[in-house]
Design a protein around this ligand. Sequence first.
Ligand code: SF4
Length: 135
Amino acid sequence: MSYMFISHDISTVRAICDDVMVLYAGQCVEAGQRDVLAAPPHHPYTGLLVDSVPALRPGWLDSRRALTGTALPSMGPASESTELCGFRGRCHVRIDGKCNVTPPSARQLPSGAVILCHRSAAELERAQKTEPVTA
Ligand code: SF4
């Protein structure tokens, strides 16, 4: 027997699901086994969902505010392609001249997850690794 469980609550997804598919605006942006949610790198939208799970440590909320408060990189007009990344309007690591011009192709991360993104695993990991704020 199989179940399909749909949620924004990544902690529950991590607890009960074997396989995970992350959708943004109807597009599958990341797919893999449950363990892919354990540590970066993730697709930038998955990273946002993973980051929204509260951590029981001092300073966690303030560290989230620091991340979400940064301005988005500027980006020029989009090309005519209907397959551009749907997350580019909210993405903190978007690339002008690429994300607004060329549709991303599927790439595999070291975790085994397949993502749709122009950024490399190393770039995503750098952007998503945040040091715990010490009290
Ligand atoms: S393709 Fe570009 S806009 Fe889309 S998630 Fe990756 S970096 Fe962000």
